[in-house]
Design a protein. Structure first.
Lengths: 91, 139
């Protein structure tokens, strides 16, 4: 890992188009500003872990979700049964 | 703010009713890079979709068009250059809390190109795209 020391207001560059600037230091927190092209995703590392965890939770919850959605869809789609030939409305 | 799946779905049907295709995520899912091939199919009589990994069939989830969860999501992602004109954005649904409530993952949306049968998962650092956006099923 490359380790660099920067002061508030100083910056570093990653490749030709990404700049990371130290905006200020507040105790044990460092406020960074990032300048990058729009297509470059800039995210906190923990957000990637959270998104990954959410995918796993969604997978675990799939059966539960089906049960929760079932009454709703049954109520919204009452006319899914085939009409009976005895039904006076059926020719 | 709670978003409605049903009412938006009825007002502006954003979807692919007949979808039943194998979609390739060349980079896998976020944190699950080996899950590359997924079967995407429409859940009958709903505005929902099911995606099941073909690499690990124990992994699968229910998703909704992101615009049905939060209208305008696709446009906002297009403005940022994250989604192409012909791409479709899905949000993975999960269940959280007690009593259980349905949430949509807008921080990690799936961007699908049906013509190429390919997709990718984004990670968006913006409070406008929460990890667990509340969804009300009936509106």
């Amino acid at each position: 890992m490359l380790v660099l020391t920067r002061r508030s207001g100083q910056s570093l560059r990653i490749g030709p188009s990404v700049e990371v600037r130290v905006v200020r230091v507040e105790g044990d927190r460092v406020v960074l500003g990032v300048v990058a092209p729009r297509h470059v995703a800039v995210v906190r590392s923990e957000l990637i872990e959270e998104v990954s965890g959410e995918v796993r939770e969604a997978s675990d919850a799939r059966a539960r979700l089906r049960v929760m959605l079932k009454p709703l869809h049954s109520a919204d789609t009452p006319a899914t049964e085939k009409p009976s030939p005895d039904d006076p409305g059926v020719a | 703010m709670k978003h409605s799946l049903q009412s938006e779905a009825e007002d502006q049907p954003v979807g692919h009713d007949q979808v039943d295709a194998t979609i390739v995520f060349s980079d896998g899912l976020v944190g699950l890079p080996l899950l590359v091939r997924h079967r995407l199919s429409a859940v009958p009589e709903t505005a929902l979709y099911e995606m099941v990994s073909q690499d690990d069939p124990t992994i699968g989830f229910i998703a909704a068009s992101a615009d049905n969860v939060k209208p305008g999501t696709t446009d906002r992602l297009r403005e940022r250059g994250l989604v192409g004109e012909d791409e479709w954005v899905l949000a993975i649904l999960a269940v959280h809390g007690e009593p259980p409530a349905i949430t949509a993952n807008l921080a990690g949306p799936l961007v699908v190109d049906m013509r190429q049968a390919s997709a990718r998962q984004l990670v968006i650092e913006d409070s406008e795209f929460p990890l667990q956006a509340p969804v009300s099923e009936a509106g």
